[in-house]
Design a protein around this ligand. Sequence first.
Ligand code: MN
Length: 519
Amino acid sequence: MTERTIRVFDTTLRDGEQTPGVSLTPAEKVEIAKALDRLGVDVIEAGFPITSKGEQEAVRSVARAGLRAEVCGLARADKADIDTAIGCGITGIHVFLASSDIHLQHKLHITREQMVRQAAEAVRYAKSFGVKVEFSAEDATRTDLEFFKQVVRAVSDAGMDRFDIPDTVGIATPQRITEYVKAARSVSDVMISMHCHNDYGLAVANSLAGVLAGADQAHLTVNGIGERSGNTSLEEFVMGCHNLYGWRTKIDYSLLYETSRKVAALTGVVIQPNKAIVGDNAFGHESGIHTHGILNDPSTYEPFDPSMVGRTRWLQAGKHAGRHGVAAQLRAMGLKPKEESLRLIVDKVKETGDKGVTITDSDLYQIAVQIMGGGSAERNELVELEGLEVVTGIKRLPTATVKLLVRGHLYEATEVGSGAVDAAVNAIQKIFSNIETVRLKDYRLEALTGDSNAVADVTVKLEDDAGNTASGRGMKRDIVVASVEAIVAGTNALLAKKLETSGSEKTPTQSTTGPIEGV
Ligand code: MN
C-alpha cells in the first residue's frame, strides 16, 4: 500500500467547546490553539464567530497568534455569517448547510433545490475572499444518497476546496460511511473530510472507515470532547492511523498526553480512567499475570510503548498482584526484600486488597518496611509533617501554614486557597516548588462512617515531571490533616522512586520558604 498522509482538522475549540458546560475565554482558546499547533494539526477550527462578540474576539486572537496551522471559523451558508467569520482574519472557512430531508423539512423549511442553490452560492461567496473553503452537508449520513451526490457536485462546481461528511447525530456504521465517501468520490475530486460523533461509540471506527474508503482528512477533538457523547477523539484516531494502518499524520505523538491534560484542565472535562491513550489506566497494570508478562517483555500486555505518546507505565499492588509486580514496584522505591519477606508482603497486599481497599504506593511502602525491618517506616521518610495550622471561616480567605521536614531541613510556607484543604495543598506545593515538581493529579475523599465524627479517608495520586506517579493515603478524623498526610505519604513514595531512577537527590534551594533551621 502506498504511504498516505492523513490531515488532521482539529475542532476542539468549536465542536469541542459545544460540550455542555464548557465555555472558553479568548485567552484560553489561544493557549489551546498554541498547544494544537505544536502538536502538528493541519487545521484549527477556532470557533463559530457569529455566536457572540467574545467568540469573534477569540477567533481573531487565534488567527493573529502566528500559528503554522490554517485557522478556520464556522459559518452557516449565509452572507452575514460568512462576513463575520472572514472579518476575524481567518485563513479558512467552514461553511455548512444541512442536506437531510429531516433537517430540510423540520429545521430549515426549504426544498432540496433551494438547499443546493444556497449551498453553492455560499461557497462561491466565501471563495471570493481568497480563503480555503470547506463545505459540510450537515446530517449527511441521513441524506438520500442520490441527492447527496447532487450536493457534492454543486458545491464542487462552485469552487469548494474540501467536502466534509458529517455524521451529525452519530448514527452511521463503518459500512454506511464507506457508501457516502465512495458516493462523494464518484462525483468529485476534491479533498474529502470526515466529521463523526460518538453516540454509539463508533466515532473513531467510522472516521477510520472513511479514510479507508478514500477520505483525506478527519475532524477531531482532543479527548473526544463535544456535543452529547462527543466527537472523534484526536489521540485515538491518530494513533490508529499510525500504528494500526501505517498512515502518516503530521502529529508529534509524544505531545499527545500533555495536550490532552491541558485541554482537560482548561475545559474542566475530566478524562475517564479507562479512556484509550490518555486515560489514567491506559498503561497501568495490577494483575499478577499481566505485571509478570510486562516485566519480562512489555509487548506481552501493552499495545505499544507508552513513551510514544509521552507517558510511562505504572504497576499497582492489589488483590490480583503477583510477586514479580510487587517486587518491581518495591525496587522502584529502593527496597529489595528477600524471598521470604516478599512472600509475606504479597500475602499482606492480597489480604488488604480482599477487603476492598486500594493499596497506594505509600501503603505498600509501609507494609514492606514493617515486614522487612520489623520497625517503623518513619525513619526512611524523606519528608515528614512537622506542623499544620489552618484558619478558615466565612468572609475570609482560608489560610494554611504547613511545616515540613525535608531531608532534615525544616521548611515553612503559608498560603491561601479556595478552602482549607486547598490552602494546605497550596502551602505544600509552595515548599516543593523549587525542589521537585510534585503535581497533584487526583484527589479522592471518602467518609468512613456516616456522622460528623467520621474518619476521612483521603487518597491522592501525584506526578512528577518525568511522568512518574505515586499514590498516598491519609486517614484522620480531620479532613485537612488527612489530606496533608496523604500528600506527604505520596510525595515520599514519589521521591523514593525518583531517587531510585536518578540515583541523585536534590535539596531545596528556595530562599523564601526556608530552610528555617532552628525554628
Ligand atoms: Mn459536530
